[in-house]
Write a protein that binds this ligand. Structure first.
Ligand code: 5GP
Length: 120
């Protein structure tokens, strides 16, 4: 089962402006910022502004417009970073087996060069 949303998680604190971030893109649905510990030359995190623990939680509880807005924002981030032609990777970790560290739904955007087949 899903844990309840923890509003003290680090991304909730970033959304409240309590912790600085290097913003790449922001709109009413989503915030995108550079990962603090990049695993590729470009490594950006895209998060919905609402309180969702995981993709399952997001799909279950977010409104259609939040879901659409979030995925449009992911596309805008890839475009803003100039990744559309050269390519990029989206990845999202969920729960224990995936090693999800931050319990606020997020999509990693990797790019900036060849990525190999897997990023852990
Ligand atoms: P997860 O393992 O949950 O999918 O990924 C969490 C990501 O958040 C990691 O790649 C980690 O480097 C990043 N991260 C953790 N704390 C912070 C922070 O305070 N600021 C930023 N920008 N990224 C963070």
């Amino acid at each position: 089962g899903l844990e309840p949303y923890d509003d003290q998680n680090i991304f909730a604190r970033i959304l409240r402006g309590e912790i600085p971030n290097k913003t790449v893109y922001e709109d009413e649905c989503a915030l995108a910022f550079h990962d603090i510990s990049p695993q590729a030359s470009v490594h950006v995190l895209v998060i919905p502004k609402g309180p969702y623990v995981s993709s399952v939680d997001f799909a279950a509880r977010a409104s259609d417009s939040e879901i659409a807005g979030f995925w449009r924002a992911v596309g805008k981030v890839a475009a803003a970073l100039g990744l559309e032609t050269e390519g990029y990777r989206l990845l999202s970790n969920h729960g224990l087996n995936a090693g999800q560290e931050v319990p606020h739904f997020h999509v990693h955007v990797f790019g900036g060069g060849p990525l190999g087949r897997m990023i852990s």
